[in-house]
Design a protein around this ligand. Structure first.
Ligand SMILES: *Cc1c(COP(=O)(O)O)cnc(C)c1O
Length: 375
């Protein structure tokens, strides 16, 4: 069986975890946490990075930071992972779902303005497959209506919009190091803070509502409970693992891109015949090869191709079911919105295996079996 995902190990994870043990410092915000945070700040120019337990918890921090509640509406793509929306549902916000582009699953910036009301507080965007959303348009709309922009960059590590790193464009951004992402730590994530006014409070939320970070820096002589918060920071064991991965970031990206390019080249003839749709990268977007998908013409073809690949020992998987039609949202609001492109990608998009240890032989088999299906 060719598995859909296999975590990649650099071989340096255990030595760094050993070092964390020898440091006698296992709780969060220790030397490995600081090193990882500085790595991202220096390499990508983020104003401030805080490692978190997950992208989910980074999104929850973002929702706390913008101080949204039941008076506020938050615009969120329907075609995304539940965590994107859950962070705001937890704060009691009203969720307004946005449709995808016709050419790719990212939020359709041209349809955004019609969703904005006087209660709108923020737009959350998801860079699906690590491919940038139309950030020039989205930031201009946000500025015009005085809204926050939060980037769910869970899949967007080391990817760019017109040369700017994803996660550096909105006011806040959340990344994931879940084992299915490009750079991993099992569970893990980080919050990127680009609007400086959030930095001080973010550190407090991160440390259970205390000013312990300032205390460790010697800025105050006692630490105290000064705001709400939670345990958002990961342990040093997680940060040590992540540090090992970061040593090989460029190598990991190169291996993934090599596979992505092979798939694209090999499956292009099927797209040219009008049989299926491949990922579309707008001219402003770079490619971090987070995932590779094909979208079929309809759900029946999707079901048949998925079954065909499974019968050939290839694990290919769907991605998101549209959130605007989820049981949670149906129970809460009833089905109110008609989002045809979210429905389309929800019923036709099939992801195929992509990870550094996938051999060329396995890649060839996957391409051959897809081609055979349509011959
Ligand atoms: C993976 C993912 C998440 C969740 O990340 P965790 O680190 O598992 O919490 C959120 N949003 C998107 C778009 C994702 O792909």
């Amino acid at each position: 069986m060719i598995k859909f995902n296999k975590p990649y190990f650099t071989g340096r994870e255990l030595p760094f975890i050993q070092e964390a043990i020898e440091n006698n410092r296992l709780s969060g915000n220790g030397p490995f946490t600081v090193k990882c945070q500085q790595f991202f700040e220096q390499r990508y120019g983020f104003k401030k990075i805080l490692l978190t337990q997950s992208c989910t918890s980074a999104l929850e921090m973002a929702a706390l930071l913008i101080e949204c509640d039941s008076e506020d509406e938050i615009i969120i793509p329907s075609y995304t992972f539940v965590s994107t929306a859950n962070a705001f549902a937890l704060r009691g916000c009203n969720l307004v779902f946005a449709d995808s582009n016709e050419s790719n699953p990212n939020i359709d910036a041209d349809k955004l303005e019609s969703l904005i009301t006087e209660n709108t507080k923020a737009i959350v965007v998801v860079h699906y497959a690590g491919i940038a959303c139309d950030m020039d348009k989205i930031m201009a709309i946000a500025e015009r209506h005085n809204l926050y922009v939060i980037e769910d960059a869970a899949q967007g590590i080391d990817s760019f919009h017109s040369g700017k790193p994803l996660g550096s464009i909105g006011h806040l951004a959340a990344f994931s190091f879940h084992e299915t992402k490009n750079i991993i730590s099992g569970e893990g994530g980080m919050l990127a803070i680009n609007d400086e006014k959030f930095i001080k409070r973010a550190e407090i939320l991160w440390e259970k509502g205390t000013n312990r970070s300032a205390f460790f820096r010697g800025e105050v002589d006692k630490y105290n409970w000064i705001d709400v918060g939670s345990s958002f920071l990961p342990s040093e064991l997680t940060a040590a693992f992540l540090w090992a991965q970061l040593q090989e970031l460029d190598h990991i990206q190169a291996m993934r891109k090599n596979i992505w390019d092979y798939y694209y080249r090999s499956l292009l003839p099927l797209q040219e015949k009008g049989i299926l749709f491949l990922p579309v990268l707008p001219e402003y977007a770079s490619n971090n090869a987070h995932l590779f998908y094909v979208a079929l013409k309809n759900h029946d073809e999707y079901v048949a191709l998925a079954a065909h690949l499974k019968a050939n020992d290839i694990q290919a998987v769907f991605h998101y079911l549209p959130l605007h039609k989820s049981p949670y949202i149906e129970n809460k609001y009833g089905v109110q919105q008609d989002l045809p492109m979210s429905d389309f990608f929800g019923s036709t998009l099939l992801r195929i295996p992509l990870y550094p240890d996938l051999t060329r032989e396995e890649q060839e088999k996957i391409v051959a079996k897809i081609s055979l299906f349509f011959s």
